[in-house]
Ligand binder design. Structure first.
Ligand code: DX5
Ligand code: ZN
Length: 220
């Protein structure tokens, strides 16, 4: 079980402090949402911010690119300190070369699927990825409600993984709270991105511990 607080929900006025807070929380990963104002109707931050935050934490940097032209951003984010780069399956014919490029930069590869997109579109790439991200809200903003219709996709991802003897992680992102984390873990997710619920807690550490416990209990 990996818990990945999403920096999108942190206080942008004191990002360095927030990253240190996440670092001390017991969470293994930090999820970094990159929005370009085109693929999604919002803008977050770029590689220079990631570069500035990198020395403040040993956490695994999980960089989620919600961008129409990730090809121009892969190298900058790799150099800035990303450990994994997630691109979206909605990019169609660009997906295969993007996966190859991320790999060639020596980074782990994630592939994300938006709520309206069929999970079958990800199937041809399963051999080539380290993580499949099942989006559980339409990307663009934190604080949205979990879309329950996405749960069967998590089950499908788990079935394929077993059938094919693969070992990609199954991540969920969007509307993850102490209830939905349980539903997702039960369906087969093992990696949980959570912004509002975790960063909104007075003790991030207690919230991470609680979220992990709920997830572990649900998949027993
Ligand atoms: C949504 C982002 C998420 C977001 C999740 O566009 O990809 O990572 O930060 O935030 P919450 O947990 O608030 O739904
Ligand atoms: Zn994300």
């Amino acid at each position: 079980m990996i818990i990945a607080p999403s920096l999108l929900a942190a206080n942008y006025g004191s990002l360095a402090k927030e990253v240190k807070r996440a670092s001390k929380s017991g969470a293994e990963w930090l999820h970094l949402d990159i929005m370009d104002g085109h693929f999604v109707p919002n803008i977050s931050f770029g590689p220079e911010i990631v570069r500035a935050l990198r020395p403040m934490s040993k956490m695994f940097f999980d960089v989620h690119l919600m961008c129409s032209k990730p090809e121009i951003l892969l190298e900058p984010f790799a150099k800035a300190g990303a450990d994994q780069i997630i691109i979206h399956v909605e990019l169609g014919e660009h997906v295969a070369p993007l996966i190859w490029k991320i790999r060639s930069l020596g980074k782990k590869v994630g592939l994300a699927v938006n709520p309206p997109t069929a999970i079958a579109l990800a199937q041809p790439y399963l051999n080539d990825i380290d993580l499949l991200l099942v989006m559980t809200v339409n990307p663009g903003f934190g604080g949205q409600s979990f879309i329950y219709e996405c749960l069967p996709k998590i089950q499908q991802a788990r079935e394929w993984r077993k059938e094919k003897g693969l070992d990609y992680r199954i991540e969920v992102d969007g509307g993850i709270n102490f209830q939905t984390v349980s539903d997702c873990a039960h369906a087969g997710a093992d990696t949980f991105v959570s912004g509002t619920t975790l960063f909104g807690s007075r003790s991030l550490k207690a919230a991470v511990t609680k979220m992990r416990k709920v997830a572990q209990t649900a998949c027993r």
